[in-house]
Design a protein around this ligand. Structure first.
Ligand SMILES: Cc1cc2nc3c(=O)[nH]c(=O)nc-3n(C[C@H](O)[C@H](O)[C@H](O)COP(=O)(O)OP(=O)(O)OC[C@H]3O[C@@H](n4cnc5c(N)ncnc54)[C@H](O)[C@@H]3O)c2cc1C
Length: 383
């Protein structure tokens, strides 16, 4: 067993850290957050670093990165800007990876190079008003009509849908089949007649809008079917382990950001004649934050390593998701306490972490559902 981080992984972190500290300073990120404005320039520059092609191979313009590299990139993006993470992750990891793994050759050639260079973004349309944790309730219906599918239904919480070029929409193609064989995936292009997108007001990451999507007799060419008809569930399950590992990495990156900010503040802020880091109560909060970041990084990288090896990692991915997200929440809460009243001030950036972190306990499968899965896997194969 070797815990040494490779020079390539270290270099990736250093490059991304420097890039985001220059291109996404706290005040800029806060401005886009407050104005609820998507920062397409930052997205394009991040693509220029190869971030958007990490989930697929060089033949389609990607970099075919290993899972630890993707986790490092996710940590650094989440540390810098959750709004960027909300646009980048569904596009570059979930949907582009789905097209690379399950799509047709035409779809790969047409879409993936443009994902890699940052000109195409894709929103993930899974959740519906009646189907959150319970995906067997998905009811957006697609019916074959000539060379098209005609789609009717509603999606909710589709992040980035208003600025995306496609929605990677999970639809029911066979109403009589079980969820495991009745779902399919369609790529719905932006601007298609009958497609309406309405941004929702939300707590955090406002620069990338989370939307309601209404589909009213939307005609989608049959060539936009991703994977086989009726194999949508297999696509969900094929991509979800990675998705959960990356949510764990988001929590880790956010926790690291909160720790860095709180440590610097505690070393500089003087009360009762000494830096507050010398007050044991503050030092202990920093120690707890460091333990949370370290354990979530290790648990996340372990799951990522298993995924890379092609090993069953459903339990490890669920653990990474739960631990990383809850560690991020604890770190942000301690960071708030350490910065005292200044934590409430937008210019310090801690309040943004505090608002952002809650989502990671909810999206990508709630932590209750993750605990159900861990317990089920424990019964099956133990720890
Ligand atoms: C900001 C934001 C962005 C999002 N982005 C996207 C996106 O881009 N694409 C997309 O498809 N979705 C997205 N989502 C949706 C997200 O994945 C769902 O919110 C999540 O899956 C939970 O579904 P729900 O909100 O309907 O909660 P529900 O499923 O209604 O759950 C409500 C509560 O009940 C609990 N619960 C439900 N069933 C069980 C059970 N069997 N055992 C124990 N507890 C249970 C849950 O844990 C939760 O606490 C986003 C959500 C948010 C808030």
């Amino acid at each position: 067993m070797d815990f040494t981080i490779s020079p390539e992984h270290q270099q990736l972190r250093t490059t991304l850290r420097e890039f985001f500290e220059t291109e996404a300073p706290i005040e800029e990120v806060a401005r886009f957050d407050r104005d609820e404005e998507f920062n397409s320039e930052l997205y394009r520059k991040a693509a220029g670093l190869g971030l958007c092609g990490m989930g697929f191979g060089e033949e389609y313009g990607g970099t075919g990165a290993d899972q630890i590299s993707i986790c490092i990139a996710v940590e650094e993006v989440a540390r810098a800007s959750a709004a960027l993470a909300y646009a980048w992750l569904p596009t570059a990891t979930f949907c582009a990876k789905g097209i690379a793994q399950y799509g047709t050759d035409e779809q790969r050639k047409e879409i993936l190079p443009r994902v890699a260079d940052g000109t195409v973004r894709i929103a993930m349309g899974l959740s519906e008003p009646e189907a959150g944790s319970d995906l067997t309730r998905l009811s957006t219906r697609a019916v074959r009509d000539g060379d098209d599918f005609v789609v009717n239904g509603q999606k909710v919480f589709t992040t980035g849908a208003d600025t995306a070029d496609y929605i990677f929409a999970f639809v029911r193609t066979d109403p009589d089949a079980s969820a495991s064989s009745g779902l399919s995936v369609l790529l719905v292009p932006k601007g298609t007649a009958g497609l309406t997108v309405r941004p929702l007001r939300k707590l955090a990451g406002q620069a990338t809008h989370t939307c309601e999507v209404f589909l009213n007799d939307v005609r989608v060419p049959k060539e936009n079917l991703v994977g086989e008809l009726g194999r949508g569930s297999a696509i969900i399950f094929g991509l979800m382990d990675a998705e959960r590992i990356y949510v764990g990495a988001e929590g880790t990156g956010l926790g690291q950001g909160a720790l860095d900010m709180a440590l610097k503040y505690a070393q500089e802020r003087v009360q009762f004649g000494k830096p507050i880091v010398e007050h044991q109560a503050v030092a202990h909060m920093l120690a707890d934050m460091a333990m949370d970041v370290q354990t979530s990084r290790l648990i996340t990288w372990h799951a990522a390593w298993k995924l890379d090896q092609g090993l069953d990692c459903t339990m490890e991915a669920s653990m990474a998701k739960v631990h990383g997200s809850e560690a991020g929440t604890r770190c942000a809460a301690r960071g708030m306490q350490i910065l005292g009243g200044y934590s409430y001030m937008v210019e310090y950036g801690m309040e943004r972490y505090w608002r952002e972190t809650k989502l990671y306990e909810i999206a990508g499968g709630t932590n209750q559902i993750m605990r159900n899965m861990i317990a089920k896997q424990l019964g099956r194969r133990g720890l």
